[in-house]
Unconditional design. Structure first.
Length: 141
């Protein structure tokens, strides 16, 4: 099956993106908040099956030396087709001069290691107080 990989935000159905991300517990955003998050990102990648958003990812970046990947998701019905790997590849093409970081669910660490990511020894974070309980429950911290 041929899918479309799109690096711009033209004609994106933000409700579909929101439903995809919320379905994996990646956000609890409204479609408007999702759109704002992607608009404020340096890199956007969407995977479309016709008019349906089946995958996405984004990165924040200064475009020189640092980038951070967020919101990588592929609809479960489309897993094991290399779509997540392609999303990561397209983001890394756009951030090729940068050190790239991400944080992910404990269940997906091995997958990201297969994509070339390495665990950091010095990563630190300050979490918004309203998110701490969820992050503990999901075993992020």
């Amino acid at each position: 099956m041929a899918y479309t990989f799109q690096k711009n935000r033209e004609n994106i159905d933000w409700k579909q993106v929101t439903d995809l991300l919320n379905g994996f517990g990646l956000t609890d955003f409204s479609p408007e908040q999702t759109r704002t998050a992607f608009e404020n990102s340096a890199v956007n990648v969407f995977v479309l099956d016709g008019d349906t958003v089946i995958g996405c990812g984004r990165a924040l970046s200064d475009g020189i030396s640092q980038a951070a990947i967020y919101n990588i998701a592929v609809n479960a019905n489309y897993h094991n087709q290399g779509l997540g790997r392609k999303i990561i590849s397209l983001i890394l093409e756009e951030t090729a001069s940068c050190n790239v970081v991400l944080y992910t669910h404990p269940d997906t660490i091995a997958w990201y290691e297969k994509q070339g990511f390495r665990r950091m020894k010095t990563g630190m974070a300050i979490y918004h107080p309203s998110h701490i309980e969820d992050l503990i429950r999901m075993e992020f911290i």
